[in-house]
Structures are given as structure tokens and as C-alpha cells.
Design a protein around this ligand. Structure first.
Ligand SMILES: NC(=O)c1ccc[n+]([C@@H]2O[C@H](COP(=O)([O-])OP(=O)(O)OC[C@H]3O[C@@H](n4cnc5c(N)ncnc54)[C@H](OP(=O)(O)O)[C@@H]3O)[C@@H](O)[C@H]2O)c1
Length: 342
């Protein structure tokens, strides 16, 4: 199919495994908002929960998924346009299924140290599927916003991303399982400092103090997310890091529920040859899964060729290589995220 004949109503359903979870239901609702006609299949184990969501969003059905089976427990004649997996599939059977059916595949739960098996599987069959590694912070929206703001620079030297989570914002059981996995297996975060990638083992390297939008000072801790690697590659910056702090309920502004705040600081050379450091912020009234789910929806829209060009050809992709940063920021604003200089 070319860009001209792909429409939301003539593509096969998108299979979103984990589509009924904390991120998943936000992702399917954002996708429904973008494309009211797009058929969606919500893959899960609890059919009652998935079917209720399917009914709520329309043009959707719940499908039972069994990640212990090579056919994922799906009917032999099941046909999809993409496979999106919003949980850690340790077996990668879902990726093999996508490759066997030559479908785009989105992985969402891989830390920077986690991508080896998926990259290995991609390398064996590079012509079968467009594989998007979307383990990036906030479903790629953080990196894409940073790329958007980096455009005012002739040369980018450093990017500092800082996330502020509310203490209640822990995601669902799958997300908690991933944090346990992170703490047990590879506790050191990845940072790029002065051109060198470091798995920061000392407390000094792994922490950074930053200021929130209201001027509050936070001590953030770095995380091994893919953004460090992909933003380094896409901007040429020699320092990139991503640190997160947790805000207690008592530190929130009165009357406010849990939300999410992202500060993006960029240092570099402006077109006039001077150097500058700029600060931008994304402030969102939902838990971090809100921005993450919207990132998933924008990625699916692009992969299918529903916007921004023809359906994406087989290859290995990061969000920066796939999506238009200006469009992503515009959509986030449209969905209610406050984006601006901080
Ligand atoms: N890249 C990012 O920006 C980003 C951001 C946030 C979270 N994450 C990751 O996204 C994932 C989901 O987080 P969440 O907070 O949405 O977790 P969650 O609420 O527990 O959602 C998990 C979903 O997966 C389904 N599921 C779980 N195990 C399954 C299995 N074996 N087979 C089929 N379906 C299964 C669950 O439905 P059933 O119970 O019905 O099976 C549910 O719909 C986590 O891995 C988290 O680390 C990534």
C-alpha cells in the first residue's frame, strides 16, 4: 500500500497486546482519538476487562493472547496490520509472530540493556518487519520533544532530561514487575558524558540535581533508558542523561492530582556562533502513562502510513528516526500537555 490508499478504515486491525493496562488503555484511547475508524484488537488474558474497553472505544474487540504459544493462541486466520506489545515479552514470541506475518512490531518495555535479544532477532530477518524499539521514556515523546527544541541549535552539545513522577504513579503490575527486574538485574544507569557511554555505578555519577518548573530543587536518579543512546545518535550531543525524581503527595500544589513533569535542557551552539543553554518543560495532568500511551498512538499511526508518509518499510527504528518532532509536540499540546520554555 502507498500513502495515498491507506486509510484507517481499510487497514486490518492493530493488535495491541497489553492494550487494557494502565498505559495500554491510554494508548488505545489516543489512537481512537487520532483515527475513529481504525480497527483495534486488544490482546490480554482477562477478557472481561479487555472487552469492556473494546466496547468503550468502538471498532475494537478483545482477543485472548497466550504468550506461551508460538501462534500466541490466535486464530489461524487472524489478520492484523501491526503488533504492539505493551508488556515485557521475555520469549519474543510476539516479535516472531510479527516477522512471520511480515507486520510492523513495536516493543515498549526494553531498557537500554534489554534490547540485545530483539536486535538479534531483527538481524536474522531484517526484511520481514519494521521493528520499532519504543522503550524510550514516555513512549518516545520525551526524545521527540527534545529533538524539536534542539532545532534552534546549529550544534547540540548536551541534553539533560529530567522527569518528576508522583509517588502514586507506579503504573500497573507489568510496570512494577519491570522495575523489580531493573533493580535485580542491572542497577547501573546509562549516561553519555563527554562523548563516552558510562554505566554509572557511583552515586555521584548516577544522581543529578535539577529544578522543576516551579523552581523546586530535585535530586534525580539516572535510568538505563534508550533515550541516552538514541538521542546521542540523532543529535551528535556528547553529553546526554535522563534523571528522575519522585514527588510526594504533600509536595504537590494544593488540589492537584498526580501528574507528570518533564524538563528538557539543551546546551549548544546557536546559528550566530554563540553558545546557549535553554530549558523547556512538558507539564501533563495525567500520570506518566498518559504521555507514554500517546507516544504509542503516534508511532502506530506513522508505522501504518496513516500520517507522515507511506507505511514504514522493514527496518530497525527508534522513535527519532520515524516521527516528525514538530508534529508530536503539536499533538501533545492538542491533547492538553502544557509545553513551553521553563
Ligand atoms: N516505554 C515507555 O514509555 C513505558 C512507559 C510506561 C510503562 N512502560 C512499560 O509498559 C508495560 C505496561 O505497563 P502498565 O503500567 O500498563 O502495566 P499493566 O497495567 O500491568 O498492563 C499490562 C497489560 O498487559 C496484559 N498482560 C500482562 N501479562 C500478559 C500476558 N502474559 N499475556 C497477555 N497479556 C498480558 C494485561 O492484561 P491482562 O491482565 O488481562 O493479561 C494488561 O493489559 C510495562 O512493561 C512497563 O514497564 C513503558
Amino acid at each position: 500500500m502507498t500513502a495515498s490508499n491507506v486509510t484507517a478504515s481499510n487497514v486490518k486491525p492493530v493488535l495491541i497486546i497489553g492494550g487494557s493496562g494502565v498505559v495500554g488503555r491510554r494508548a488505545v484511547k489516543a489512537l481512537r482519538d487520532l483515527h475513529p475508524e481504525l480497527p483495534v484488537r486488544i490482546g490480554a488474558r482477562d477478557m472481561t476487562k479487555a472487552a469492556a474497553l473494546a466496547k468503550d472505544i468502538g471498532h475494537a474487540e478483545a482477543v485472548r493472547v497466550d504468550l506461551e504459544r508460538d501462534d500466541l493462541g490466535l486464530a489461524p486466520d487472524a489478520a492484523f496490520s501491526a503488533v504492539v506489545v505493551l508488556l515485557k515479552d521475555d520469549s519474543l514470541r510476539s516479535m516472531k509472530y510479527a516477522q512471520d506475518h511480515r507486520l510492523p512490531y513495536v516493543s515498549f518495555s526494553d531498557f537500554a540493556f534489554d534490547i540485545g535479544p530483539a536486535v538479534g532477532r531483527y538481524i536474522q530477518r531484517p526484511k520481514d518487519s519494521a521493528v520499532l524499539l519504543l522503550g524510550n521514556f514516555l513512549g518516545g515523546t520525551a526524545a521527540l520533544s527534545a529533538l524539536h527544541f534542539a532545532r534552534e541549535f546549529k550544534k547540540v552539545h548536551a541534553i539533560y532530561l529530567s522527569g518528576i513522577f508522583d509517588e502514586e504513579d507506579v503504573g500497573g503490575p507489568a510496570a512494577s514487575g519491570d522495575m523489580v527486574r531493573l533493580q535485580k538485574s542491572v542497577p547501573s544507569p546509562l549516561i553519555l558524558e563527554d562523548g563516552k557511554f558510562i554505566w554509572a555505578s557511583s552515586e555521584e555519577d548516577a544522581t543529578r540535581t535539577f529544578q522543576g518548573v516551579d523552581g523546586t530543587s530535585w535530586k534525580g536518579h539516572a535510568y538505563p533508558l534508550l533515550d541516552v543512546a538514541t538521542l546521542a545518535a540523532s543529535t551528535g550531543a556528547s553529553t546526554v542523561r535522563l534523571d528522575m525524581a519522585v514527588r510526594s503527595a504533600s509536595q504537590r500544589a494544593p488540589g492537584k492530582g498526580p501528574g507528570h513533569e518533564l524538563i528538557i535542557e539543551i546546551e549548544g551552539e546557536l546559528p550566530d556562533g554563540t553558545t546557549a543553554r535553554v530549558r523547556h518543560a512538558l507539564v501533563d495532568g495525567d500520570v506518566h502513562s498518559g504521555l507514554s500511551g500517546r507516544g504509542v498512538a503516534l508511532a502506530v499511526e506513522r508505522l501504518l502510513g496513516l500520517r507522515g508518509g507511506a507505511p514504514v518499510a522493514p527496518g530497525l527504528y527508534s522513535p527519532e528516526g520515524l516521527l516528525d518532532p514538530a508534529y508530536v509536540v503539536e499533538r501533545l499540546r492538542h491533547w492538553g500537555t502544557v509545553v513551553g520554555r521553563a
